[in-house]
Each structure stands twice: as C-alpha cells, then as structure tokens.
Design a protein around this ligand. Structure first.
Ligand code: AMP
Length: 279
C-alpha cells in the first residue's frame, strides 16, 4: 500500500490507478480505525476497482473546547489494518498541505447544517464540508463512501455534492455496532470501563423509541422517555433526541416515513452520537 502525503504525488498515483478505465472509491476517515471504518473499506472494494482511504484529523471541524489534540492517532496501526484489507493507497496529508497559509475558502451547507449536531457544535459541518470537498478535488474518486453512523453528515455531503456538481456517487454504509448495540466510534476509546458498560443505555433507549414511534406512540412522549432513559442509564446530559425526515432532516412532531431518530448524548467528557431508522 502506498502512503502519500503530497498532492502532486497523489494526483500521479490516482491517474495511474485509473488507467484502463479503472474506478476509484474514496473512504475519508480521521484514523483510529475500527470495524466500522473497515466495513466502509469493504463496501468500497465491492463497488470500485481501487480503494483510496484518507486519514486526516481535520482541525477545522473541532470547536475550541473539543478534543482535536486528544483525538486518538496511530497511523502505523491504521496503515497495517488498511494494507490487510487490500487498500491500494493511503492519503495522509499534514495540516499544512491541507490548509496552506492564507487558506480562506469555506463551504457551508446552510439548510441541513444548522440543527442537531450543527447547533451543538457551531462550525463543525462547515469544517466537514470544506475538507470533504477538498478531498474530492484532490482524489477525484468515482464514488465516496460515508457511514450512516453520522446521518446528518451524510445528508450534508449528499446535498453538497449535488449542489456543487461533484461528478461522483455518494454511498452510505450501515452502522457497525458492538455486540451490545453501541455504535462503533473512535471516541469509544475515551470511555472508562464503567462508562462503556453504561453506554449501552444509549442505543437501547433509541431503539425502544424508534419501535414505539413506528408502533404509533406519541412522538413527544417517546422522545422524552428516551432522554430520561439515557440519563437514568448513566449519561450526564442529552444534546438532542429528535425525529427527523430521513432526507431533508426536517424535525417531525408526527411520524411519517421515511424518518430517522437522531441523537447525541454526553457521558463524562465524551460525546456520542447515534441514529436509528423509524419505519
Ligand atoms: P471518522 O473517522 O469518525 O471521521 O469516520 C470516518 C467515516 O467512518 C465516516 O463516514 C463515518 O460515518 C464512518 N463511521 C464511523 N463509525 C462508523 C460505524 N460505527 N459504522 C459505520 N460507519 C462508521
């Protein structure tokens, strides 16, 4: 597997991969890879001839009091995992390559980025949209894969790709979960063993609420109950639990399919997100 950190070299390598009409899939990540990321890589292998994975811990999507410097980084371990999966190219630029001095262009997907995680993390999705658009322009993939774990992010990237005419397909990959139902996340590494045991309350409460709403329960009641169950299970606070239109992300007071239950909650210093389909 080639590990590339320079844009000119990346362009040459991708041109070589594409020779003979071969297709390239991109899987953008921030590293600290787990089976959720690897499931995206496996999907990428199924849909394209070559897989490029990027690892870039993007400073512009972290708020001033967030975990940018503490975010787990282990490129050697990540590279070994990707090589085992048959990834051809790892794109791992430094911050100075991604954001040269004077970088001053940003992308905002206004409508979809304001609520939910966008409200709790001002500027987060502008950072995501900007770096993802740069990754698309750097790699020129035929297809890019994102996890449904970050449902709002996936919706924003689909909208951005459509609005800005990026010539690629965006695919969503299902959420990979641990055996007890907790969604895999690089941030799970922050949890103490007590917090990790308690964290199961989060997917449990959401799954129960999704089932109740699909079964005709009052939406407000189901959301209030989920919030109470998450806190009773050991979380310190709930940023939001909301029922949203699965595509437009509009908040729904009354269930109508296709809908998605979206949530974020904090346990100790760790903020976890998750979502479930309601159908
Ligand atoms: P991250 O490294 O957290 O930025 O995630 C990189 C990509 O992996 C994003 O598209 C995430 O949505 C996706 N991802 C992270 N965790 C999971 C998971 N548990 N299941 C599916 N996709 C995931």
């Amino acid at each position: 597997m080639q590990i590339i950190r320079d844009i000119a070299m990346l362009r040459r390598a991708v041109t070589a991969l594409k020779q003979g009409g071969k297709s390239v899939a991109l899987v953008p990540t921030m590293g600290a890879l787990h089976d959720g990321h690897l499931s995206l890589v496996r999907m990428a292998k199924r849909v394209a001839d070559h897989v490029v994975v990027s690892i870039f811990v993007n400073p512009t999507q972290f708020g001033p009091n967030e975990d940018f410097s503490a975010y787990p980084r282990d490129e050697a371990r990540d590279a070994a995992l990707l090589a085992q999966e048959g990834v051809g190219l790892l794109w791992a630029p430094d911050v100075a390559i991604m954001y040269p001095a004077g970088h001053s262009t940003h992308i905002e997907v206004a409508e979809l980025g304001a609520d939910y995680c966008g409200a709790a993390r001002p500027g987060h999705f502008d950072g995501v949209a900007t770096v993802v658009s740069k990754l698309f322009n750097q790699v020129h993939p035929d297809v890019a894969i994102f996890g449904e774990k970050d449902w709002q992010q996936l919706a924003i990237i689909r909208r951005m790709a459509r609005d800005l005419d990026f010539a690629l397909d965006i695919l969503g990959a299902p959420i990979a979960r641990d055996v007890d139902g907790l969604a895999l996340s690089s941030r799970n590494a922050y949890l103490s063993s007590d917090q990790r045991a308690a964290a199961v309350a989060f997917p449990k409460a959401l799954q129960a609420a999704a089932k109740a709403i699909a079964g005709g329960a009052d939406v407000d009641d189901a959301l209030a109950r989920a919030k109470a169950d998450i806190v009773a299970g050991g979380f310190d606070s709930v940023d939001y639990v909301a029922l949203a239109d699965a595509g437009s992300l509009e908040r729904l007071d009354v269930f109508r399919a296709p809908a998605r239950l979206l949530a974020a909650a904090r346990i100790g210093k760790t903020r976890l997100i998750d979502n479930y389909p309601v159908d």
